[in-house]
Ligand binder design. Structure first.
Ligand code: HEC
Length: 209
């Protein structure tokens, strides 16, 4: 009888304990919520103040860097202005020496119409039959000799880049004007890896048979 009572009491105590515990837990959880609700706006506002001051600082930093950028921009402007002045004076004689793009375009047309059938579109020629004009020393060499070949034709044995040619190229002076020959030679001398200077119409006119 006594034993049963103890068990019952223990059971009641246990039940009470559980109830108290769960009550306590729910109570503490609700209080936690309240605490965090109260704490969070304070924390946020403090954080906001801090970040605001950080923003101010970074704004000041941005201002500083902007003025630094302005300074460097004006410095760059000055130096680029100097560079432009220098390059302008440097470009002048080059422009005179260079054939215009219009001349080269005209030269390309003269070439495709009159020369490419034998010397090929890329100036490679045909080994043993038509000599290559690409990387050809005669093409890149003395202007007078080159003009003479095209103006008055070429026949007989010639060695070009290690290959012998013994054919015949007709004269072009009756088909092409001095300007055409100048344009085509300027084109040939600046194409396919060739890097020789342009030839003018007056240079072509000056070469006699
Ligand atoms: C009918 C074919 C033919 C046509 C078209 C032709 N050529 Fe030629 N060309 C030759 C032959 C062949 C030779 C080599 C002649 C020889 O063996 O003596 C040659 C030689 C040359 C050479 C000299 C190469 C060297 O290294 O001695 C030049 C430069 C040249 N031609 C430029 C031209 C130009 C520019 C044109 C267009 C206006 C042209 N040729 C059109 C056949 C042609």
């Amino acid at each position: 009888m006594q034993r049963t009572l103890t068990v019952v009491l223990a059971g009641v105590a246990l039940a009470f304990g559980v109830a108290a515990c769960s009550g306590g837990t729910s109570g503490s959880s609700s209080s936690t919520t309240t605490a965090s609700e109260q704490a969070s706006p304070t924390a946020t506002s403090t954080g906001a103040v801090k970040s605001a001051s950080a923003t101010k600082k970074s704004t000041a930093a941005v201002k500083k860097s902007t003025s630094a950028a302005k300074k460097s921009t004006s410095a760059a402007k000055k130096s680029s202005a100097v560079a432009v002045k220098k390059s302008k004076s440097a470009v002048k004689p080059k422009t005179v020496a260079m054939a215009g793009s219009a001349t080269l375009a005209a030269g390309a047309k003269v070439f495709s119409t009159n020369c490419s059938s034998c010397h090929q579109a890329q100036g490679t020629g045909q080994p043993g039959v038509f000599p290559p004009l690409a990387k050809n020393p005669t093409v890149n060499g003395d202007a007078t000799r080159l003009i003479h070949i095209v103006k008055y034709g070429l026949s007989g044995s010639v060695a070009v880049l290690g290959t012998t040619y013994n054919g015949m190229m007709p004269a072009w002076h009756s088909t092409l004007s001095d300007a055409d020959i100048a344009a085509v030679l300027s084109y040939v001398r600046s194409s396919w890896g060739n890097k020789a200077g342009p030839i003018s119409a007056s240079q072509v006119a000056a070469v006699k048979q």
